[in-house]
Design a protein around this ligand. Structure first.
Ligand code: SF4
Ligand code: SF4
Ligand code: SF4
Length: 270
């Protein structure tokens, strides 16, 4: 992870910073990633963990210097809770793909309500349900910790610097910039789908290092050229459904160049 930091006063007092871990709709995998960090006890001992529902029986819903928020926002009730957390928190981190841009739960945006009602939601849940999005649709997010799940190294780097009053700089540019297969070994050169050119880098192209093409879990960069990728995949013979499945896995489709994608792929179901 990038070691560069920019100075930003976070907490200059001697008291331990108040920290909270909150979860909305997700699999809790990012919170578990935090818990599985070898030195997690040392890290958390430097702060007051006042809220961490996953591991604590008694939680204090007070003011927070730092709030980690995992999960997508998928209901009206969650919006209210999210805003209340923001009001109490000086610095908010979107923890993982679901919180950053909707992630896996946002696949629901591409399903019909009848299908959701049949397989997943009760009628009561459907009533409260809204299009799944990242948390920054409703509140200001101070740092996006991307990935599904997040990277342990990024968490440690972020946390240690935060305690020193610094915020690490996020990697700028797509996964391709860190990719070991860049050039003639690129998956695209072999007509294999890899979405690294559109994905936020900073993961050290970890999947490609393990010989797995990028599936865009860190979400698309603002400059992602969805239309060009869709055209490329079509030229290889992939049909609309295959392309749509690949691009909607992490709710990426409607985050790209909306207009271009709309022209290239089937419409979202209502
Ligand atoms: S980003 Fe992935 S690992 Fe994290 S909560 Fe969402 S689905 Fe789970
Ligand atoms: S990330 Fe994927 S598309 Fe980018 S250079 Fe590597 S293999 Fe090619
Ligand atoms: S290579 Fe792609 S899928 Fe893998 S962690 Fe990075 S962004 Fe996510």
């Amino acid at each position: 992870m990038v070691a560069k930091t920019k100075s930003k006063k976070t907490s200059s007092k001697k008291r331990k910073p108040s920290v909270g871990f909150f979860a909305f709709t997700g699999c809790e995998g990012c919170q578990f990633t935090v818990l599985f960090i070898d030195e997690i006890l040392d890290l958390l001992n430097k702060v007051n963990v006042n809220y961490f529902h996953l591991i604590k029986e008694k939680n204090r819903n007070i003011k927070f210097d730092l709030a980690f928020i995992e999960g997508a926002i998928t209901s009206k009730r969650e919006i209210k809770k999210l805003k209340a957390i923001r009001d109490k928190s000086k610095f908010v981190v979107a923890l993982g793909a679901c919180a950053c841009h909707g992630g896996i739960p946002a696949m629901r945006n591409f399903l019909k309500d009848e299908e959701l009602g049949k397989y997943v939601y009760t009628q009561h849940m459907l009533k409260d349900s809204i299009e799944a999005t990242g948390i920054d649709q409703y509140i200001t997010v101070d740092y996006h910790m991307r990935g599904c799940p997040i990277s342990k190294d990024e968490f440690i780097d972020f946390f240690q610097n935060f305690l020193k009053g610094k915020i690490i700089e996020q990697f700028k540019g797509p996964v391709c910039l860190q990719c070991p297969k860049r050039g003639k070994d690129c998956y695209l050169a072999k007509k294999e789908v890899c979405l690294g050119a559109m994905a936020h880098g900073g993961c050290n192209a970890i999947c490609i290092q393990k010989n797995i093409p990028c599936v865009l879990c860190r979400g698309p960069t603002k400059s992602s050229n969805f239309a060009a990728e869709v055209n490329l995949f079509k030229s290889w013979g992939l049909d609309d459904d295959e392309i749509k499945t690949k691009l909607t896995k992490f709710k990426n489709l409607d985050l790209g160049t909306k207009q271009n994608v709309k022209q290239q792929t089937p419409k979202k179901k209502k």
